[in-house]
Ligand binder design. Structure first.
Ligand code: AMP
Ligand code: ZN
Length: 468
């Protein structure tokens, strides 16, 4: 299996640290809003990587954090007049709902930064002891030049960085020994969440969070560290510096980065106001369509989000679901049980599609080609399965199809449509719950309906609903 390593800028053969096991860390979102479809890209891509490793029989320990202490969370909390904790808890719960909708498997562990502060303080202490960090007025900085390999991931030269950084120097940072030094711990400002430490009441820098959580849940050395390409510098470069300086060994063997998702050919960003949340998309499409769309491109190619491409993805997914449906229907009506010799030969031919699928995935997770092999199998199934086929043949074909779509995390079962009467009944129950101020129950009903593709709108005339 080959994967592209940002560290060497080459595709490399994957050799696990421990046979049969994969230790993998994926930087998760900062939780101050619903996740947007850009955030969904690494979630879907690396979930698919994980699924492929599992398909190959690896035992995968998959860790992905939630950054639940950050300036943006604090800002949002102040705007709403609630605690930071309330904001982060709310959006972690919402993020998990979106992940479930996209069929992203829960991580083995989803650590929260705020629950790991003790370990971060310890790691910062080790860095100070080893001379890699220093404290000034309650702030702790990493002594970047002390770490000889700095720049090895982003392939940046320290002196180029230095001239760039100098012009970026912000006030209050003159106390740094070197403009390249970055923050490990910072003292709190009035009203901010804070923790006691030997240096000040304050909170950790963002980079140290991942170094510590990765170490705690996966050990000092891991196989794969992943995230979006914007994280290569400075986040991942700094993680390497911290972890390797503190632990004295190579941190991650392979660094994988997904390219960005653009929207209507422009960078999608909060500041441009052109970002779309996964939740908004779920009102228009089944989130399986979003997943299919993401996998229709190679993860290292930029991907453009547009209504046309989503429509094409919807049609593509529909073709696969139709083929699975048709196999199930034929199975229910099959006249013979066991395969004929001809069918055995016909089934053996599908090995070729499985091989092509695996070859695509083993070539740096080329999901675009893997999807093409699934279509080839669909076509083959549509042309060879009919009312004369044996139940065994149909079943084997269906199993093959499902084993490949499972790797992609695509569910090929048609969702049962909810009857109007059932929807109305649930809406009445929700109204009753609201009246009784049981908002948890009311929300649960809304989510239950949303899962079935039913969107509620509260209007002055009462509750209206529509199908996504
Ligand atoms: P953040 O919450 O900004 O830290 O982002 C969480 C994850 O989403 C990181 O791995 C980012 O690299 C990734 N990400 C953010 N925006 C995009 C985008 N437009 N396309 C692809 N990945 C993104
Ligand atoms: Zn990280």
């Amino acid at each position: 299996m080959k994967l592209y390593n940002t560290l060497s800028k080459k595709k490399e053969e994957f050799i696990p640290l421990e046979e049969g096991k994969v230790r993998m860390y994926v930087c998760g979102p900062t939780v101050y809003n619903f996740i947007h479809i850009g955030n969904a890209r690494p979630m879907i891509v690396f979930d698919t990587v994980r699924r492929y490793f599992e398909y190959k029989g690896y035992d995968v320990n998959y860790v992905s954090n939630f950054t639940d202490v950050d300036d943006k969370i604090i800002k949002k909390a102040i705007e709403e007049g609630v605690s930071s904790d309330e904001i982060s808890k709310r959006y972690i719960a919402e993020c998990k709902k979106d992940m479930a909708g996209m069929n992203v498997m829960p991580a083995t562990t989803h650590p929260l930064a705020t629950e790991e502060i003790g370990g971060m303080i310890e790691m910062i202490g080790t860095l100070i002891e080893k001379g890699y960090a220093y404290e000034k007025n309650g702030t702790v900085y990493f002594r970047t030049r002390r770490f000889k390999d700095y720049g090895k991931l982003s392939h940046k030269n320290l002196d180029d960085l230095r001239s760039g950084e100098r012009s970026l120097l912000v006030t209050g940072e003159e106390e740094k020994e070197d403009p390249l030094d970055f923050v490990l711990w910072k003292p709190k400002k009035e009203g901010e969440p804070s923790w006691e430490s030997p240096w000040s009441d304050g909170r950790p820098g963002w980079h140290i969070e991942c170094s510590e959580m990765s170490k705690k849940y996966l050990g000092e050395q891991i196989d794969i560290h992943a995230g979006g390409e914007d994280l290569v510098f400075p986040h991942h470069e700094n993680e390497i510096a911290q972890s390797e300086a503190a632990n004295g060994k190579e941190f991650a063997k392979y660094w994988m980065h997904n390219a960005f998702l653009n929207i209507d050919n422009r960078k999608m960003s909060k500041s441009l106001g052109n970002f779309r949340t996964v939740r908004e998309i779920s009102e228009q499409y089944d989130l399986q369509v979003l997943r299919f769309f993401m996998l229709s491109a190679h993860y290292r190619s930029p991907l453009n989000f547009s209504a046309e491409l989503m429509q094409a993805s919807k049609n593509g997914l529909e073709r696969i679901i139709n083929a699975a449906d048709s196999l199930k229907f034929l199975m229910g009506n099959a006249k013979s049980e066991e395969m004929t010799e001809n069918e055995k030969a016909a089934y053996a031919k599908t090995d070729e599609y499985v091989k092509a699928f695996e070859n695509a995935m083993e070539d740096d997770f080329n999901t675009a080609d893997a999807v093409a092999s699934v279509f080839d199998l669909v076509k083959y199934s549509n042309t060879t399965a009919d009312a004369q086929s044996s139940k065994e043949y149909l079943k084997l074909l269906l199993n093959r199809l499902v084993s490949l779509t499972d790797v992609l995390g695509l569910v090929v079962d048609r969702k049962e449509e909810m009857l109007d009467d059932d929807i109305e009944k649930l809406i009445e129950e929700r109204q009753a719950a609201r009246k009784a101020k049981d908002f948890a129950r009311a929300d649960a009903i809304r989510d239950q309906l949303l899962e079935k593709g039913i969107i509620l709108k509260d209007t002055r005339e009462g509750v209206q609903w529509k199908r996504a």
